[in-house]
Design a protein around this ligand. Structure first.
Ligand code: HEC
Length: 127
């Protein structure tokens, strides 16, 4: 009886160890988040990054083109046209998407001030 209990205990221990190892491995895959200084962000871009984290990050990966609920936005301003919609990638048109929204994305005109929108766009140019 005691032996049986012990081996159950061992199995429980081993499986939690394995789960822990898996979590660790998974964690290593995700790249460490760089600080604003490491990214060389100026004050406006840092302010924009905070807004991005608060309002956009849950749907848009900033440092990968891999999608979440929306497309990843890495390099969003680096090409002439946006990857999904094909809309020209400039401040005016991207600002419009952010203010009005698009498809399943709600608009942020009631949430962000013009200054905040400018800060957000400044940060997005660094992606
Ligand atoms: C609830 C999820 C959600 C949130 C929050 C969200 N978006 Fe989106 N976004 C989407 C989806 C989904 C699309 C694709 C819309 C479509 O074209 O059908 C999209 C599209 C876009 C596009 C156009 C991409 C392309 O290639 O055409 C931009 C730019 C964008 N979002 C920026 C932002 C920014 C900046 C924020 C934060 C202020 C934000 N989004 C917040 C879901 C979201």
């Amino acid at each position: 009886m005691l032996l049986l209990l012990r081996s159950r205990w061992l199995v429980a221990c081993l499986s939690s160890l394995m789960a822990f190892a898996l979590i660790l491995l998974g964690g290593c895959e995700a790249e460490r988040r760089k600080s604003d200084a490491e990214l060389g962000l100026n004050a406006q871009q840092s302010a924009g990054r905070k807004l991005y984290d608060e309002y956009c990050d849950r749907c848009h990966n900033p440092y990968s083109t891999r999608g979440r609920q929306g497309p990843g936005l890495k390099g969003v301003f680096k090409k002439q046209y946006l990857a999904v919609s094909g809309i020209p990638a400039n401040d005016a048109r991207v600002g419009e998407i952010i203010r009005i929204g698009r498809g399943k994305m709600e608009g942020f005109s009631n949430v962000l001030t013009q200054q905040q929108l400018d800060d957000l766009l400044a940060y997005m140019h660094t992606l």
